[in-house]
Design a protein around this ligand. Structure first.
Ligand code: NAD
Ligand code: IPM
Ligand code: MN
Length: 349
């Protein structure tokens, strides 16, 4: 019997995880679900965005299905108590340094993409985002300059081991796909990026079959909308990967479509699975959220943490079939509610 922790969180988090849970339940697997409070909901329930009971559950579970954290009421709290600290803490403390963010265009979603159909149709990439380093976890704070001005700072750094381990995942993933790896950095300006590039080049000697390219992040942002079909695997740092993946989502139709897996290299232990989007306070509680990104995250959970490859493929096929059948939430130009979209996927399953 496997245990899946469901950490629904805030805003649309509970709405989208409920649909993903229904899909998992329909598969009749030998799993139990345990829910934990997190984010602003964790703060309200237990005085902390990542309450001790939730942390214990996360460590104990075979895998975590995560919704989203973030609430406008949390923005006024001390940094350490803000809802977003919960997801950052989970990633860091569980050592989940490899964040897989696949972006593909499901057939029929051409009209939802921000790109022309013939350009959008070519999208089939994975953005591999480093998840436990970079400016997110460097020294940070607020200080006063000599002449009395307030100054905020966040230190960006990567050591070579951090770069090497994510690059290894990138090369290995490229080998299993189209043998193309694009490393995205800002080596023309940042020391952090120069080391990143040097380490990736050193490692490339072990992967002669993989065609390695390098791209500055500003160019990558442009190329993503000009010709996304050129990318197979993109490997990049925490901040660049965060931004580029939101951008890629609109190439693929909607931010409500992109799932993610956060792993320790290839090990699925304690893997965390979440949509790339946030708690969407603007549509929370209205049944408008697209649950597909979370349902597809559940498929990644089945594949990476439970080794259930056929079931994972079944769930993905069901999402695809529902979309082909015309199922659309508002973000995709339709009128379906979150639950109706879940019903459509369930029916296809
Ligand atoms: P967001 O991703 O929550 O929303 C951006 C826009 O996309 C909004 O207009 C929203 O309505 C829309 N959107 C997002 N998900 C959707 C879905 N499934 N279906 C349809 N539309 C969807 O980003 P934001 O507004 O910048 O942030 C809101 C809060 O979420 C903030 O507190 C932020 O810190 C948090 N956040 C959390 C995570 C996470 O938990 N991993 C990720 C991103 C943002
Ligand atoms: C994401 C989010 C988070 C991030 C925030 C909420 C901390 O944007 O998961 O993409 O920046 O990593
Ligand atoms: Mn993000």
């Amino acid at each position: 019997m496997k245990t899946i922790a469901i950490l629904a969180g805030d805003g649309i988090g509970p709405e989208v995880t409920a649909e993903a849970r229904r899909i998992l339940e329909a598969l009749n697997l030998d799993i139990t679900f345990e829910e934990g409070a997190i984010g602003y909901a964790g703060y309200v329930a237990a005085g902390h965005p990542l309450p001790p009971a939730t942390w214990e559950l996360a460590k104990r579970a075979d895998a975590i299905l995560f919704g989203a954290v973030g609430d406008p009421r949390g923005d006024a709290l001390d940094r350490a108590l803000r809802p977003e600290q919960a997801i950052l803490g989970l990633r860091k403390q569980l050592g989940l340094f490899a964040n897989l963010r696949p972006a593909t265009l499901f057939p029929g979603l051409e009209d939802a993409s921000a790109l022309r159909p013939e350009v959008a149709r070519e999208i089939d990439m994975v953005i591999l985002r480093e998840l436990t380093g970079d400016v997110y976890f460097g020294e940070k704070g607020l200080r006063t300059t000599a002449d009395g001005k307030r100054e905020g700072y966040d230190v960006m750094s990567y050591n070579e081991e951090e770069v090497r381990r994510i690059a290894v995942v990138g090369f290995e993933m490229a080998k299993r796909r189209k043998n193309k790896l694009c490393s995205v950095d800002k080596a023309n300006v940042l020391e952090t990026s120069q080391l990143w590039r040097d380490v990736v080049i050193e490692l490339s000697k072990d992967y002669p079959e993989v065609a390695l390219t390098h791209m500055y992040v500003d160019n990558a942002a442009m190329q993503l909308v000009r010709n996304p079909g050129q990318f197979d695997v993109i490997v990049t740092g925490n901040l660049f990967g965060d931004i580029l993946s939101d951008q890629a989502s609109m190439c693929a139709g909607s931010i409500g479509m992109l799932p993610s897996a956060s792993l320790r290299a290839w090990s699925g232990d304690n893997g965390l699975y979440e949509p790339i989007h946030g708690s969407a306070p603007d549509i929370a509680g209205q049944g408008k959220a697209n649950p597909c990104a979370t349902i597809l995250s559940a498929a990644m959970l089945l594949r990476h943490s439970l080794d259930l490859h056929d079931e994972a493929a079944r769930v993905e096929a069901a999402v695809s079939a529902a979309l082909k059948g015309g199922a659309r939430t508002a973000d995709l130009g339709g009128t379906m509610t979150t639950a109706a979209m879940g019903d459509a996927v369930l029916a296809a399953l």
